[in-house]
Design a protein around this ligand. Structure first.
Ligand SMILES: Nc1nc2c(c(=O)[nH]1)N[C@H]1C(S)=C(S)[C@@H](COP(=O)(O)OP(=O)(O)OC[C@H]3O[C@@H](n4cnc5c(=O)[nH]c(N)nc54)[C@H](O)[C@@H]3O)O[C@H]1N2
Ligand SMILES: Nc1nc2c(c(=O)[nH]1)N[C@H]1C(S)=C(S)[C@@H](COP(=O)(O)OP(=O)(O)OC[C@H]3O[C@@H](n4cnc5c(=O)[nH]c(N)nc54)[C@H](O)[C@@H]3O)O[C@H]1N2
Ligand code: SF4
Ligand SMILES: [Mo]
Length: 734
């Protein structure tokens, strides 16, 4: 008897009848994978594949990228502009001119009645960079509201703030190639295998070639933690304490890099005085990691010839988010691990173009990391755009989270939401709902008309998405890559760039500000004002980006003229001494006292609520909820819950339970797993009207980012499981 393949039919891959492949970069996460979308003879996108000669993904794609072409004709897409008088009325279809005139008139009416800043604009990390730049010019140069921010406040704000405090500027200094050179890696609150699968694959490949210790700090046993040499299941929200304790050991044992500290930093004495308070014995009682392990990790990290750290939302989404980033930078600086191969402090970005919005949207300032607070920056951009310098505010306006508080307080009356869905993504939904109901006018511009936030809109503008548009994005390692239009937006939907240009015409009746219409032209305009700056892109254009499958910034005009090849990878910042962006060129070592202000479990609410993501879904599931191959993995809101807690409470696998916090409640299915400790549940935030009903979302004092990962809940048993299933279904309405 023979076993094995020889007696079976070979695997056949269905022939999709592709006649042409078109180039794009993935529109989900910030890894930045190059994709080719296959079109059949009728020009329909029918399949996707990874691009083999792209340095980032080398032919690979993850579960989201591989089905991305199915977005184009998925359910719920907006195909025609909609309008109504009140948000509780029925929608009526309308034409573009009427919808855009209404947006213009309402902005000017509200500004006229209540002041310039009473109309707010909230954007995203999920558009193309030329779109961000155009929206920034329109908002800062013509509309003139200072309450203009992005959903990046929910995501990358702590990283931005921490980089600025430590290094004097935003801009992640490392790159994926650092995995190939490092001798030790600490990953803080980052679940790479699920959230950045192709970065994880790069890491895994590097580790297979050259084994180095991987240390994972996460209260859950994530897939990355399972793969780690040392897993530190930290008490939620106490990373700063662990960082201080690690530095305590390094400084007490003389393991620091004195020459590097002396040449490149200020503040070592103040740092030394603060971390002296965090001896491992004391720290272990707060952060839950035993003292010997703290010493082992400190020594392993400090003795490695090159050591790197990465982090994502486990750090950023905390009341100590910005401090956690500074703590990571402190650790890298005192061990001389910045700007060298394998020695870096690399924030793993979230959304596909969260970096592009940081660089070019003007949300927190002016293009290319220019500051509203800097008179020269204001003057330069005002002259370039052809507007009066005095029109610019002299400091940045409110963050997204504070904009919502200002709506609640009645200071902001109108809102334009672009490619973000706060009804699903902001903490404490009941409070957000109340704010949305208070608005005199709200415009939602989204590629899906069934987004939760559109419930409260007076105007809905149907947008194209991803490869229905043309433009560039910047990934985690500062690599700019280009998306080419593969197909048209459905029905009358239009690319966001077209929409911004049409709105601009209405505010620019004398034509004094120039708005180029096409993405390649806008890119060249951006390149011209990037010369000599940190993010210098003056040597790039769309053709080069496609040909090279993405280029890391900086790549300057001089380099291009000299015929110097653009970097293929491995480009780092701060490689030379004293090139940090503070005026004296030195990085700051900043002491970080721990402030214990989280909502923590108590007698009434005894369980930690931890929220985050799954590999198959994207945020509010406007996209992945409609794609069968993604949605089928987890169509129902569920919690990871410890089997011992289940046994104690009499909960069986698959039972529905009610989670109750001080804010509200939610019904979810129980999935017992050892991934979470007995006093914690993990709830993916992808499901409609679920996780953020429960979260408190205290704000970080520097970045104003919410602490989504630390709230307290209790679990209630539901006797009537049939009724519970019905309620759960009702809550996930779409
Ligand atoms: N499949 C998929 N991929 C995505 C996304 C998606 O929606 N779906 N979204 C993208 C975006 S915008 C982002 S921002 C990234 C997010 O990527 P990640 O940050 O990797 O994902 P999360 O699941 O939000 O959180 C990561 C981990 O933080 C841990 N954590 C919770 N509390 C703490 C703590 O106090 N300390 C520490 N050290 N860790 C803690 C959680 O247990 C969790 O495992 O993913 C991007 N990639
Ligand atoms: N509890 C909890 N809450 C969280 C988090 C968490 O970990 N836990 N994470 C936070 C983080 S890190 C993030 S980034 C936010 C994300 O929060 P959101 O930005 O609200 O998330 P999305 O669901 O991606 O919303 C994007 C919207 O833009 C639309 N869209 C997509 N592409 C385009 C386009 O090209 N043009 C236009 N016009 N529209 C488009 C989508 O249909 C969707 O409605 O959630 C935050 N909320
Ligand atoms: S890893 Fe991120 S960029 Fe790459 S295919 Fe998956 S979702 Fe897209
Ligand atoms: Mo994010």
């Amino acid at each position: 008897m023979l076993f094995g393949r020889s007696h079976k039919n070979p695997v056949k891959i269905a022939d999709k009848g592709v006649v042409e492949w078109k180039y794009a970069v993935c529109g989900y996460c910030s890894t930045g994978c190059s994709i080719e979308v296959g079109l059949n003879a009728e020009g329909r996108p029918v399949t996707s594949r990874g691009v083999a000669d792209a340095d980032v993904n080398r032919g690979k794609l993850c579960l989201k990228g591989i089905f991305e072409h199915e977005l184009f004709d998925s359910a719920g897409r907006g195909t025609v502009p909609l309008m109504r008088d009140h948000w509780h009325d029925e929608w009526a279809t309308t034409d573009w001119d009427t919808a855009l005139d209404r947006l213009h008139d309402e902005i000017r009416r509200i500004q006229g009645q209540y002041g310039r800043d009473s109309f707010a604009i909230i954007s995203t990390g999920q558009m193309l960079t030329e779109e961000f730049y155009t929206l920034g010019k329109l908002t800062r140069g013509l509309i003139g509201t200072n309450n203009y921010d992005g959903n990046t406040t929910l995501c990358m704000a702590s990283a931005v703030s921490g980089y600025k405090r430590s290094f004097g500027s935003d801009g992640p200094p490392g790159c994926y190639e650092d995995f190939e050179h490092t001798d030790c890696l600490i990953a803080w609150g980052s679940n790479l295998p699920e959230q950045h699968p192709i970065i994880y694959w790069r890491l895994k490949e590097a580790m297979e070639k050259r084994r180095f210790p991987l240390i994972v700090v996460d209260p859950r046993v994530t897939m990355l933690a399972q793969f780690a040499d040392i897993h530190l299941p930290i008490t939620p929200g106490t990373d700063v304490v662990l960082q201080n304790a690690l530095m305590h050991v390094i400084l007490a044992e003389g393991l620091e890099d004195r020459d590097y500290i002396e040449a490149n930093t200020t503040g070592i004495d103040e740092l030394r005085a603060e971390v002296a308070k965090y001896d491992p014995t004391t720290a272990s009682r707060i952060c839950g990691i035993d003292e010997d392990t703290i010493r082992l990790v400190a020594r392993t990290f400090a003795r490695a010839p090159a050591a790197m750290q990465i982090w994502t939302m486990g750090i950023n989404q905390s009341t100590h988010g910005s401090d956690g980033v500074v703590g990571i930078n402190n650790l890298s600086l005192i061990t001389g691990n910045i700007g060298k191969p394998g020695g870096t402090s690399l924030s793993i970005t979230g959304q596909c173009n969260a970096m592009g919005t940081r660089e070019w949207s003007s949300c927190s300032g002016l293009p290319n990391y220019r500051l509203l607070e800097n008179p020269e920056d204001r003057k330069e951009i005002a002259e370039f755009w052809g507007i009066d310098e005095e029109f610019f505010p002299k400091k940045r306006g409110l963050f997204q989270t504070d904009i919502y508080h200002a709506i609640e307080a009645g200071q902001i009356k109108g809102l334009w939401l672009i490619a973000t869905n706060p009804m699903s993504s902001l903490p404490n939904s009941a409070r957000v709902r109340k704010a949305m109901e208070k608005l005199e006018f709200c415009c939602v511009q989204d590629c899906y008309q069934d987004s939760e936030s559109a419930q409260y809109a007076h105007v809905f503008l149907p947008a194209g998405t991803w490869a229905e548009k043309e433009g560039v994005m910047t990934n985690t390692e500062r690599r700019i890559n280009v998306v080419k239009p593969v197909t048209q937006p459905p029905g009358e939907a239009k690319p966001d760039l077209w929409i911004f240009n049409q709105v601009a015409k209405r505010f620019n009746s004398d034509g004094k500000v120039k708005f180029p219409e096409t993405a390649p032209e806008i890119f060249l305009e951006m390149a011209s004002i990037s010369k000599g700056r940190l993010a210098d892109i003056s040597g790039m254009n769309h053709e080069l980006l496609e040909e090279k499958r993405g280029v890391q910034w900086p790549y300057t005009e001089e380099q291009a003229k000299k015929g110097e090849e653009p970097p293929r990878g491995g480009k780092r910042l701060y490689t030379e001494p004293r090139t940090f962006r503070h005026p004296d060129g030195r990085a700051r070592l900043i002491p970080l006292p721990f402030i214990d202000n989280n909502e923590v479990p108590d007698e009434k609410y005894p369980i930690w609520l931890n929220t985050g993501r799954l590999i198959e879904h994207w945020h509010g599931r406007t996209k992945t909820g409609k794609i069968g191959n993604n949605n089928k993995y987890s169509p129902i809101p569920f919690i990871e819950i410890n089997p011992d807690l289940c046994a104690e409470m009499g909960i069986r696998r698959g039972d529905y339970v009610r989670l109750v916090s001080r804010r509200s409640d939610a019904i979810v299915m129980a999935q017992p797993t050892q991934r979470v400790p007995r006093n914690m549940v993990f709830l993916p935030f992808h499901f409609h009207d679920c996780a953020n009903r429960l979260t408190l979302g205290l704000l970080d004092p520097h970045s104003r980012q919410p602490a989504y990962k630390q709230s307290a809940v209790r679990i209630e048993i539901l006797e009537d499981q049939i009724e519970a299933a019905r309620l759960s279904k009702e809550m996930r309405a779409f």
